[in-house]
Ligand binder design. Structure first.
Ligand SMILES: [Zn+2]
Length: 98
């Protein structure tokens, strides 16, 4: 599969974020999300033939990945606020519901 110039970590992280948000929405019975704040550091992943390795995340590519995956889902009009942090981790800092 080809995602243009997008880095695999950016795209896989976008998928992971949406999966996590789906789980949170189900768990907390949230119907609509308006805005999500994310804090993103380096992200370690194993993919294709490579063992787990960390790569820096591009905010621009992550935005693109999130928008692509969110299309035609309840996340279509969600505003994703992405803040880069130092470290090898990422987290959802806050979720603003309507
Ligand atoms: Zn990689």
């Amino acid at each position: 599969m080809v995602y243009g110039k997008i880095n695999m970590h950016d795209f896989l992280l976008a998928k992971e974020i949406i999966d996590e948000l789906n789980a949170i929405m189900a768990e907390k019975k949230i119907v609509k999300i308006k805005k999500i704040s994310l804090e993103i550091g380096m992200v370690s992943l194993a993919h294709d033939e490579y063992p787990e390795h960390a790569e820096d995340i591009s905010v621009e590519n992550l935005q693109f990945g999130l928008k692509s995956i969110a299309k035609n889902t309840p996340f279509e009009n969600v505003e994703f606020m992405i803040k880069k942090i130092v470290g090898n981790d990422w987290r959802i800092a806050s979720i603003e519901t309507e």
